[in-house]
Write a protein that binds this ligand. Structure first.
Ligand SMILES: Cc1cc2nc3c(=O)[nH]c(=O)nc-3n(C[C@H](O)[C@H](O)[C@H](O)COP(=O)(O)OP(=O)(O)OC[C@H]3O[C@@H](n4cnc5c(N)ncnc54)[C@H](O)[C@@H]3O)c2cc1C
Length: 385
């Protein structure tokens, strides 16, 4: 029995694609893990395989070129993909996540036809532009405004930390379309295409992960869009995005699972080959217990995540349920990667080692997609209401 592998029973069709993905990651991606981390780039042949294997369209319906996997199926596959390096799975995550879900839940048929096939094929990059310098956790504090004009709307404002903002073919932009008195109905979601003269890339934002540079500060300077760029209707912006945020949090939990698993695999391999004082590291009880704790936590987190993942296909999952899974798994992965890095000693601190990069990458799971504090607020509000 491999203690790191999921023992969860999935329907046959999900198990088949999960196993195929695990094999692909093991045989095609992990042998090039160091190179991908070092350059921050996915080799062209691997990118093409990602497209050919349909990973960009896992959650997209077959009529738009995707494979139409259930939530459970997507999350089972996503856990396997996230054993690989972040530059590989991050674009898959963005494509299948908020972008694909918002389009499928709220877009007109014309909008679906325009964007979904490209996203599913992995040739059209979406980006979600919500966060602003003045408004992160407090989404409703955002200041970007869209004003009605004769032929459409004009957007002004700025966004930052936008993943793939610079290379996005389409941006999903949340902006104010009414004053504070409108409450949650004061926001509208717009689709802004690449090349719009009013969309400016202010700067790339370097972060703790290093390469590749993905986060972008964007400026909307009299950015004109037509009425047909609105998603879900005027004033429906929060209604469009909030349900997908809860789903995204469960997806981030599976990212934490894949990351933690890969970290343990690396630490176990190292402990079996590195000798100190004439013995392998794996013979020292201090490290054995540390690794045992890692696998206990991973297994608990996986059970919790997939218990909820099963519900996603049958009912609307509430924000506190998604928050519990996100916060637990994100913090689990941070503890696990930290312990695994310790097994490597100085080698774990060197930038050339994958565990070093994983340590940098895993930190953001406690911040993006809603911080751990905000998740606890959501849980406590429900508990104490
Ligand atoms: C790598 C990365 C990628 C991202 N990608 C995107 C993207 O593609 N699109 C996008 O729109 N955004 C993106 N974000 C933004 C991300 O969603 C926000 O950073 C996150 O929601 C937190 O907002 P903030 O950074 O403004 O922190 P703030 O909201 O300023 O919070 C600062 C601190 O205060 C705490 N805090 C705030 N309010 C409360 C409260 N009420 N109670 C207790 N504690 C509180 C927070 O938990 C945090 O610790 C990304 C961020 C990162 C780091």
């Amino acid at each position: 029995m491999n203690l790191l592998e999921s023992q969860i029973a999935f329907p046959d069709e999900i198990q088949a694609i999960k196993t195929a993905t695990a094999d692909w990651i093991t045989k095609r991606v992990l042998p090039r893990e160091v190179a991908i981390y070092t350059t921050g780039e996915v080799p062209a042949d691997i990118l093409q395989e990602m497209r050919d294997l349909g990973y960009f369209g896992l959650t997209i319906a077959p009529e738009y070129g995707g494979s139409g996997l259930s939530h459970l199926g997507f999350l089972a596959v996503h856990e396997e993909l996230t054993r690989g390096p972040k530059p590989l799975w991050n674009p898959i995550n963005v494509a299948n996540g908020v972008a694909a879900r918002v389009l499928q839940l709220s877009a007109t048929e014309e909008q679906k036809q325009k964007y979904l096939p490209g996203i599913a094929a992995g040739t059209l990059q979406p980006a979600i532009a919500v966060t602003e310098p003045q408004a992160g956790s407090d989404v409703q504090g955002l200041k970007s405004r869209a004003e009605k004009t004769g032929k459409g709307w004009v957007i002004n404002g700025s966004k930052h930390y936008i993943t793939f903002g610079a290379r996005a073919d389409v941006l999903f932009v949340l902006a104010r379309t009414a004053g504070k008195e409108a409450g949650s109905a004061g926001f509208t979601l717009f689709l802004v295409d690449k090349g719009n003269p009013g969309l400016k890339i202010a700067r790339m934002q370097e972060n703790m992960s290093g390469k590749p540079l993905e986060q972008t500060e964007l400026l909307f300077d009299n950015c004109e869009v037509l009425d047909s760029a609105i998603l879900g209707g005027v004033g429906k912006g929060l209604k469009c995005v909030f349900p997908t945020f809860a789903e995204e949090r469960v997806t981030m939990a599976t990212t934490a699972l894949g990351t933690a698993r890969r970290a343990i695999e690396l630490a176990v391999d190292y402990a079996k080959t590195r000798k100190t004082f004439g013995s392998f590291l794996s013979e020292y009880q201090a490290l054995q217990h540390s690794l045992a704790d890692c696998v206990i936590e991973l297994t608990a987190a996986r059970s919790m995540t997939f218990e909820l993942a099963r519900q996603l296909d049958h009912r609307v999952v509430s924000p506190p349920e998604a928050a519990m899974v996100k916060v637990f798994c994100a913090e689990m992965a941070n503890r696990v990667v930290d312990r695994c890095l310790q097994v490597f000693g100085g080698a774990g601190f060197m930038a050339e080692s994958p565990i070093c990069q994983m340590y940098r990458d895993v930190r953001v799971l406690r911040i993006s997609g809603g911080t751990s504090e905000i998740q606890r607020n959501i849980i406590a509000k429900e508990l104490l209401k």
